[in-house]
Design a protein around this ligand. Structure first.
Ligand SMILES: [Zn+2]
Length: 228
């Protein structure tokens, strides 16, 4: 497993109080500059409780890292024709670099003008497109780009939305993801869930950390995390 401790060992005086102190990084195997930060603890996401916070802040905000990630995705999908990239989880900068990488590559998308859009979601998480964005999906090959996709449930939701608008979902590109399969769709991740084998996700009512009375460290959503 490719990982490296940051600020390790912890001093112990505020162990559990400062989750960043125990952070470590996971690297993409093909380029160790492509990295994500991981922190252990007890976290609440929209649908689940998890024992690791997977933090992609740098990749989403720092151009060199976003570009490096995009390059790896372009290699992974070099044989998949793409017209439009739909970015989820605030991955639009990576999506823009990916569109550039595709058009400058020697793959099937060479010299193609690829659109990048970020859809809206309803309260019950259905993907919706305003009328001005529909032409970028209807009868187009659409690649979904997400930050994390551990179960495939969110990816399937996006695929259903793309099909609703008569688009053709051709791939799911995710930075940190599980090994799920979707028939007819190419699924690739840069860093696999197997690189963090202790990662666990629980339904809120079934979380053993809650049952043990372990304090919740932070709330997580696509914007980041808020310690509590
Ligand atoms: Zn819990």
């Amino acid at each position: 497993m490719l990982k490296e401790r940051l600020n390790y060992p912890p001093t112990g005086e505020d162990k559990g109080m400062n989750m960043e102190r125990n952070a470590f990084e996971l690297f993409a195997k093909r380029n160790n500059k492509v990295r994500i930060r991981v922190m252990q603890g007890h976290f609440v996401t929209q649908h689940s409780h998890v024992n690791y916070c997977v933090d992609l802040t740098r990749m989403k905000t720092e151009a060199p890292l976003a570009r490096a990630a995009a390059k790896l995705f372009a290699e992974s999908f070099s044989g998949v024709a793409v017209d439009t990239i739909i970015t989820l989880d605030h991955m639009k900068m990576v999506g823009a670099f990916l569109a550039e990488e595709f058009s400058h590559s020697s793959g099937i998308n060479m010299k193609q003008e690829i659109a990048v859009i970020s859809p809206e979601f309803t309260k019950d998480e259905k993907l919706i497109l305003r009328d001005n964005l529909v032409p970028y999906v209807k009868n187009r090959h659409v690649l979904i780009l997400s930050a994390t996709a551990t179960t495939g449930i969110a990816a399937m939701g996006a695929i259903r939305g793309i099909r609703y608008y008569d688009g053709d979902p051709v791939g799911v590109a995710t930075v940190f993801g599980g090994n799920f399969e979707i028939p007819g769709v190419v699924v690739k991740q840069l860093i696999g869930i197997e690189d963090l084998p202790a990662y666990k996700s629980y339904r809120p009512g079934e979380c053993p950390l809650c049952k043990q009375g372990q304090k919740i460290d932070a709330l997580i959503n696509a914007y980041g995390y808020s310690k509590i």
